[in-house]
Design a protein. Structure first.
Length: 259
């Protein structure tokens, strides 16, 4: 119980902070939606990707990547609060508190993950417009995959935010790391047909496998007969390992910080 108290307290603080800054909701959802509508519509007539379903058009192919982009933006906005907490003295306060730092990181990670899920679920409402039909199994599977992606991305953001002294430096690092891993995950264009060196870069990107599982879960009720969950086992393992490693990395970073 003593361990769960700091986790739940920090988690709840992130939720309260979010509802006091509702502009974060608009910035995290509206911009990806504009990308989806404008870029998806513009490329739909000239580009035919090899998606999960053979008859997909580009705007349908692009939709899962946009959901992941919402999760990514939420991770950025959630973890930037760590930089602000350092300026305001709150971070120093919890560092000297008699609680393990892994519980602090876990509370922050779960807070960012919860917010990402809430915003991702809002975007799932328009999924039927892309031809996606959810059943109970596919919906549960989709939410589970979204949780893993959100948890991993939030911890990745925390690994960076715990080391930053300014929001300007944080945004610079985010633009260098997080946006490229999204672009090279298969969200914007498929891995098939790209140059060999770029294909290897995409294969080394853990978000590529997370997006692969996410596509599978979204189209669970529409995938061809004979396509089974076992075909995504490797991607599930990579995604799970990514979550564990980023959490351990964020925790190690927290322990390395001085009071």
């Amino acid at each position: 119980m003593d361990v769960l108290l700091p986790v739940s307290t920090i988690w709840w603080r992130e939720i309260i902070r979010f509802f006091r800054q509702r502009s974060r909701l608009l910035s995290a959802i509206v911009q990806p939606l504009l990308f989806w509508i404008l870029i998806g519509s513009g490329l739909s007539a000239s580009f035919q990707p090899a998606g999960v379903l053979e008859n997909q058009n580009y705007i349908e192919y692009f939709y899962p990547g946009i959901v992941v982009l919402v999760l990514l933006f939420t991770a950025i906005f959630a973890t930037i609060s760590v930089v602000n907490d350092r300026k305001e003295g709150f971070l120093q306060g919890i560092l000297v508190a008699p609680v393990p730092r892994w519980s602090i990181v876990l509370g922050q990670a779960l807070g960012g993950t919860t917010l990402a899920l809430l915003q991702g679920i809002l975007l799932l409402i328009i999924a039927p417009l892309t031809g996606i039909q959810f059943g109970l199994t596919s919906l549960i599977w989709t939410l589970g995959v979204m949780f893993l992606i959100s948890f991993g991305l939030t911890n990745l953001g925390l690994m960076i935010a715990w080391r930053m002294e300014s929001t300007q430096g944080f945004h610079a690092i985010m633009n260098i790391i997080l946006i490229p891993i999204w672009l090279l995950s298969g969200a914007f264009f498929p891995i098939t047909g790209v140059p060999g060196w770029l294909s290897w870069v995409m294969k080394l990107n853990p978000l590529t496998y997370a997006l692969d599982v996410f596509r599978f879960s979204l189209y669970f009720n529409s995938i061809p007969t004979g396509t089974t969950l076992s075909q995504c086992t490797f991607s599930i393992i990579i995604t799970s390992v990514f979550c564990v490693l980023t959490y351990l990395g964020a925790t190690f970073t927290a322990y390395s910080q001085t009071n």
